[in-house]
Design a protein around this ligand. Structure first.
Ligand SMILES: Cc1cc2nc3c(=O)[nH]c(=O)nc-3n(C[C@H](O)[C@H](O)[C@H](O)COP(=O)(O)OP(=O)(O)OC[C@H]3O[C@@H](n4cnc5c(N)ncnc54)[C@H](O)[C@@H]3O)c2cc1C
Length: 483
């Protein structure tokens, strides 16, 4: 193909075309059958922003799709190049350019993993606190592109709260810097940076970012409390905030998910841990900071749990295993996290957001919808992701047999129904996976006329619809060729 020869002329051995090189990039972690794997025609391994500019300029000239990806751990197909064309392996650009200790910021190329940002800050007593479980492979560009979740969201929020500035190559091959450099906020101009966050590569390729670093807390304590319902756990957290305590993280697990976390325990001891019959939810709560302050917070938190009928998990092994599985992914716990059934079925999830008072109602919808489509329930997690207040990001997870097209199709119907029901409950379809191609057919269900304005924004940044086409909008719709 002519454009591939042009790419080779400019980028040399950064251009990969062998089948085994292309097929690696045809799928991510989303449940999909073999026939739903879409290898790109060519893979680019850029080293600098200029390499990305050259790539996009050639793609623009020929109207070739460009999909950028990071660690490919996305769970809804965001980085899958469904229209073929060029795949930019963003993980190749992982240089940390500056750690500014005085201003507590870091400037990095877009392919650095979130763990690499943590490691770069560490010698200076600083860290980047937006950390999903996939932090070892998730790049900063992907975290921005999906506005993903963090274990520590209750204190620090999401990328939207931590990113100060983003460099991006638009669909025309131009470089823009969106944001406010090292200033914490700005009232100047339109908030282009915030527009890019969650845009999943549909407006351009992110090439660098400046993000906030935070002081590493001296001490951290993780605990787990059982309540009789998920709603009670929400009330408890609300009381905790009302009392003036700020947890660093909080996660509410439904009772089914609780079983999932105790899998390793059962393997080791041959029986389930002692969990009372009445358990309806398991709240994991994290406090961090000065040891005295953490101890004080815990004392208060325990007393409040007791008053509300909560029961602390006594077996430290369960808490430690959960924490390892969540935060360090050391092997034994990783095994616990992904039980043997993973070999046959894959983890699939819907990622809606709902208002704080509707968790119980939505949990019932989750169970009912999974049963309706005859899917195997793994469980529901509510991650608290809004700094200093109750804001859920939900993982409504199932096991999906990715070899069975019928089951994968039923999973997609479940995904659609869960997304729409969240909007019906005054919530949103997505909180950490973004829209991908899955939500395209019902995108207007959430956005109504707003979707038309979004379409114009898409056309402004990407007039030929080459940037991750097929995500958020169909390519035909963007190019005005629909119907
Ligand atoms: C075991 C496991 C645990 C997980 N835990 C969590 C969790 O705790 N919280 C959470 O939120 N998610 C979690 N996820 C989901 C996933 O890891 C996150 O969504 C993460 O953001 C994906 O990062 P990635 O680098 O693998 O992205 P990819 O799958 O490679 O890409 C994701 C999106 O980012 C876009 N993108 C990538 N690079 C660029 C770029 N340079 N410019 C523009 N767009 C770009 C892609 O086009 C795509 O739309 C988990 C997944 C797995 C498999």
């Amino acid at each position: 193909m002519e454009y591939i020869e042009e790419l080779k002329a400019v980028l040399g051995d950064k251009v990969l075309t062998e089948n085994f090189e292309r097929f690696i990039f045809g799928a991510d972690w989303s449940p999909r059958t073999q026939k739903e794997i879409f290898p790109p025609d060519v893979v680019i391994c850029p080293r600098c922003t200029e390499d990305v500019v050259e790539t996009v300029k050639i793609a623009y000239k020929h109207g070739i799709p460009v999909t950028a990806g990071g660690g490919l751990t996305g769970m809804a197909g965001g980085a899958v190049p469904i229209h073929g064309g060029i795949y930019i392996d963003g993980a190749c650009m992982n240089k940390i350019m500056e750690v500014d200790v005085a201003n507590q910021t870091i400037r990095t190329q877009s392919g650095a993993t979130l763990q690499e940002l943590v490691d770069a800050g560490k010698p200076h007593g600083l860290w980047f606190p937006v950390l999903p479980e996939s932090k070892w492979s998730c790049t900063i560009a992907s975290a921005i592109a999906c506005d993903n979740d963090s274990t520590f969201g209750m204190k620090y929020g999401k990328p939207l709260n931590q990113v100060l500035s983003i460099e991006m190559v638009t669909g025309k091959g131009e470089i823009i810097e969106a944001g406010h450099r090292k200033a914490r906020f700005s009232a100047s101009g339109y908030k282009l940076k915030d527009l890019i966050i969650g845009s999943e590569g549909t407006l351009g390729v992110i090439t660098a970012a400046t993000v906030k670093l935070e002081p590493v807390p001296e001490h951290r304590h993780v605990d787990m409390i059982i309540f009789d319902s998920m709603g009670k756990a929400v009330d408890y957290l609300n009381n905790i905030l009302k009392a003036g305590l700020i947890p660093e993280g909080a996660h509410i697990n439904c009772k089914r998910r609780l079983k999932f976390y105790t899998h390793a325990y059962k393997e080791k001891h041959g029986h389930d841990p002692e969990i009372p019959e009445w358990a309806g939810s398991l709240l994991a709560i994290i406090f961090a900071g000065d040891k005295d302050v953490v101890d004080f917070s815990l004392k208060k938190a325990y007393a409040m749990a007791d008053e509300m009928g909560g029961q602390l998990i006594q077996e430290r092994e369960i808490i430690d295993n959960w924490w390892i599985s969540k935060h360090t992914l050391d092997f034994p716990a990783f095994k616990q996290k992904w039980p043997a059934s993973q070999k046959v079925k894959k983890f699939g999830a819907a990622d809606p957001g709902i208002p704080m008072g509707r968790l119980e109602e939505y949990y019932d919808i989750f169970v009912e919808t999974a049963e309706k489509y005859e899917l195997d329930i793994l469980g529901m997690n509510a991650y608290l992701e809004h700094p200093g207040s109750i804001g859920f990001s939900l993982s409504c997870a199932l096991f999906v047999n990715y070899r069975d097209q019928d089951e994968v199709d039923r999973f997609r119907k479940y995904f659609e129904e869960m997304s729409k029901r969240a909007v019906d409950l005054e919530g949103t379809m997505s909180t950490y996976m973004s829209d991908t191609d899955l939500k395209v057919p019902y995108f207007e269900y959430e956005h109504g006329l707003g979707a038309e304005y979004m379409l114009e924004i898409k056309r402004l940044f990407d007039p030929k619809c080459i940037m991750n086409p097929g995500k958020k909008f169909t390519r035909e719709k963007v190019l005005g060729k629909e119907g």
